[in-house]
Design a protein. Sequence first.
Length: 225
Amino acid sequence: MTIYLILIIIPMLLGMFAQIRVKSAFSKYSNIRASSNLTGAEAAREILRAAGIRDVEVREIDSMLGDHYDPIQKRLCLSSEVYHSPSIAALGIAAHETGHAIQHARAYAPLKARMAVVPLVQFSSQILPFVIFGGILFNAIGLLKIGVICYLVITLFSLITLPVEFDASRRAKIILSEMGMIQPGAEARGVSSVLGAAALTYVAAFVAALGNLLYLLLLTQRRND
């Protein structure tokens, strides 16, 4: 029970805390207008132009906090709350996602590594529930070992994701400041708060994946003894 608490429950609570922090930071700073008065979409397009990137489309999507950069389609997808808003939160998120587009254009190694692992992660995530359920229900060590491999792939992906996300946030803060989209002081602190909260979700995802991997390893070893 103690091992389960440490490896599963605590990471789960960390993930919940991270989500609460993201929603809280976004709610606070989405109501504070940036002095530049640029919307998230306008900021993203200006940053792309300044970086010499002409082949990335900035698109609005109907998914709250579902903002992301699609390296396959070369689309920068911004939620309506970010796309149309001139808030501090919107500029921070838009600049962060544009940071991924810049990483892609500059062949940033961790991003390339993450893209290469994506197909394996998708496959592992699809078969994992069946593998774990079958392995535990039928005491099938072979299935549990496959589950370990699946979690190993997911954990590796979560680990690679950390430098990708941290670097995108670092780029966002520098770009917003250098281009005068965010002013020093309260606005810069607001951007840091929003991006810092978002970064915690990726840390929590890695901790959760690692916890699940270690727990399944211990379970497999016990069933094998």
